[in-house]
Design a protein around this ligand. Structure first.
Ligand code: HEM
Length: 142
C-alpha cells in the first residue's frame, strides 16, 4: 500500500506542473495549437489517474476511518471528507474546462475555458493537498 501512497503523492507534482503549464499557456498564447490541446488533455488524464489512485486509497487507508467522533479528529475529517470532496470538485472543474476548451467556437473561447475552469481547479487543489506543513495530516513532500 505504501507504493500506492508514494505514487499518489509523487503524481501530485506532475499534475500540478501540467495544470500550471495549461494555465500559463491560456494566459500567454493566442493561437490554439496542438501542443496546447495536448497539455490540457494530459492535465485531465493525470487528474483522473489521481482520482483512481485516491479512490483505492480511500477504501484502504488507515487515515480514512469512520470511527465514533471521526468528524472531530482533524486527520479523519480531512482524508474522509475534505480531501475527497475538494479534489472531486477540482476534477469536475478540470473535466468541464477540458470539454469546453474542445467545443470553444474560436481560439479565444478555448483558452477562456481553461482560464476559468483550470484556475478554479488550481485554487481547490492547492487548498486540499495535505501539505507537510500541516503536520497533523502526516503526509510527505513526495
Ligand atoms: C477524489 C480524488 C482523491 C481521493 C479520493 C484521494 C484520496 C486520498 C487518500 C485516502 C489519501 C491518504 C493516503 C494515506 O496516507 O493513507 C490521500 C493522500 C494524498 N493525496 Fe489524495 N485523493 C484524491 C485526489 C488527489 C489529488 C488530485 C491530489 C493532487 C493533485 C492528491 C494528493 C494527495 C497527496 C499529496 C496525499 C498525501 C500522500 C502522503 O501521505 O504523502 N490527491 N489521498
Amino acid at each position: 500500500m505504501q507504493a500506492l501512497i508514494s505514487a499518489h503523492s509523487g503524481l501530485r507534482w506532475i499534475a500540478l506542473l501540467l495544470l500550471l503549464l495549461a494555465i500559463f499557456n491560456a494566459f500567454t498564447a493566442t493561437n490554439y495549437e496542438k501542443k496546447h490541446r495536448l497539455v490540457n488533455l494530459f492535465t485531465m488524464i493525470t487528474f483522473h489517474t489521481q482520482l483512481l489512485l485516491g479512490l483505492v486509497l480511500y477504501f484502504t487507508s488507515e487515515k480514512v476511518q469512520f470511527v465514533e467522533g471521526w468528524m472531530k479528529e482533524t486527520i479523519y475529517r480531512f482524508y474522509g471528507m475534505e480531501h475527497l470532496s475538494g479534489m472531486l470538485l477540482a476534477i469536475v472543474a478540470i473535466t468541464i474546462g477540458h470539454s469546453k476548451s474542445k467545443k470553444g467556437a474560436d481560439d479565444a473561447a478555448k483558452f477562456k475555458a481553461i482560464k476559468v475552469w483550470y484556475v478554479l481547479a488550481l485554487i481547490l487543489v492547492l487548498a486540499f493537498i495535505p501539505w507537510p506543513f500541516r503536520t497533523e495530516l502526516g503526509a510527505g513532500w513526495f
